[in-house]
Design a protein around this ligand. Structure first.
Ligand code: UDP
Length: 328
């Protein structure tokens, strides 16, 4: 298929774009580089433009004879979404709707959408199944939920076929060390801990040690980016007009903040000082996926189930790119 990957120069998008290309698809990356990196996309496949630029979108989809869209482009920081909701409503909702309408104009009906566990908010039951009520507790999660609902409506009214893939904590890097996680400013746990190992930060702050978990720190389900990429490829093959898939993507195994820091110590061989800090507003204590549905429907099995294996790939990337894509 000819596939347009919005946000394909970003963290998960770049891994997915490469995964699709390796599976034989013809991939075009559409990114405004506000957060994505030129170095994360093959130069002859990169289109630098805005999602709101409907004319460029429609022209690109028509000229490249696009069959399917993978939509990663979004702002994705919980804290920032609370401080600056306008950015999230405009980019995540406005940008996505512009993309969906451009697809209609160009006659493209297949879409795989990057959704999130943040659409569930504070879960009533862990592990979280797709039946968990979606009650987001921050603007980021809400904007993603709105697009899931828009996809339902566009499927019913216009025959879109979609998959909304709800990721848990995307982590790791391509094992060859070419692609990895590079956010400015960085706010995610694993890259921050590895920056301490590189001597770029003094210590890692642990946001709360009084959570109702075995070691008092928050538990998350870290899923490798290449496993996410693989799920996108598998979902693409199952899209049917007028139908939607909503699937959780995680490993089903949770690790605490302390366990992640220990894994980073093992991978890097550095002591990695840690210090106690207050809880971060909006953080649920524990998020673990029940991904049985994704396994059953997609025939997907995450290859990386162990935090050490995930962190090892992240460390390889950070060690070889201490300044991220500026080193590429
Ligand atoms: N975390 C932390 N210190 C940091 C950054 C994150 O203790 O400097 C914790 C955070 O509270 C959460 C977990 O690490 O429990 C994962 O956070 P991250 O921002 O990586 O992902 P999120 O779960 O917010 O999507």
């Amino acid at each position: 298929m000819n596939i347009l990957v919005s946000g394909g120069a970003g963290y998960v998008g770049s891994h997915a774009a490469r995964w699709l290309a390796r599976a034989g698809h013809d991939v075009w990356i559409y990114d405004n580089l506000s957060q994505g990196h030129r170095g994360a996309a093959p130069p002859d496949r990169l289109i630098v433009a805005e999602l709101e630029d409907r004319e460029t979108l429609v022209r690109t989809m028509t000229e490249k004879r696009i069959d399917a869209v993978m939509h990663f482009a979004a702002n994705a920081l919980v804290g920032e979404s609370v401080e600056n909701p306008s950015k999230y409503y405009n980019n995540n909702i406005g940008g996505s709707i512009a993309l969906l309408d451009a697809m209609r104009s160009a006659g493209v009906w297949r879409i795989v959408f990057s959704s999130t566990t943040a659409t569930y908010g504070e879960p009533e039951q862990v592990p979280i199944t797709e039946q968990e009520p979606q009650k987001p507790i921050n603007p980021y999660g809400f904007t993603k939920l709105v697009i899931e609902r828009a996809l339902e409506d566009y499927a019913r009214a216009y025959g879109f076929g979609y998959a909304a893939l709800r990721y848990f904590n995307a982590a790791g890097a391509s094992p060859d060390g070419d692609l990895g996680e590079d956010h400015t400013p960085e706010s995610h746990l694993i890259p921050l801990v590895l920056q301490v190992a590189l001597g770029q930060r003094e210590a890692i702050s642990i946001f709360g040690e009084d959570w109702p978990t075995p070691d008092g720190t928050c538990i998350r389900d870290y899923v490798h980016v290449d496993d996410l990429a693989d799920a996108h490829l598998k979902a693409l093959e199952l899209l049917r007009p007028g139908e939607g898939l909503k699937l959780n993507l995680g490993t089903g195994r949770g690790y605490s903040v302390r366990e992640v820091i220990d894994a980073c110590r093992r991978a890097s061989g550095h002591a990695i000082p840690a210090k106690s800090a207050p809880r971060r507003p909006g953080d649920p204590a524990e998020l673990i996926a029940d991904s049985s549905l994704a396994k059953q429907v997609l025939g997907w099995t995450p290859k990386y189930t162990d935090i050490d294996a995930i962190v090892e790939t992240a460390w390889r990337w950070h060690k070889s790119h201490p300044r991220g894509y500026n080193d590429a």
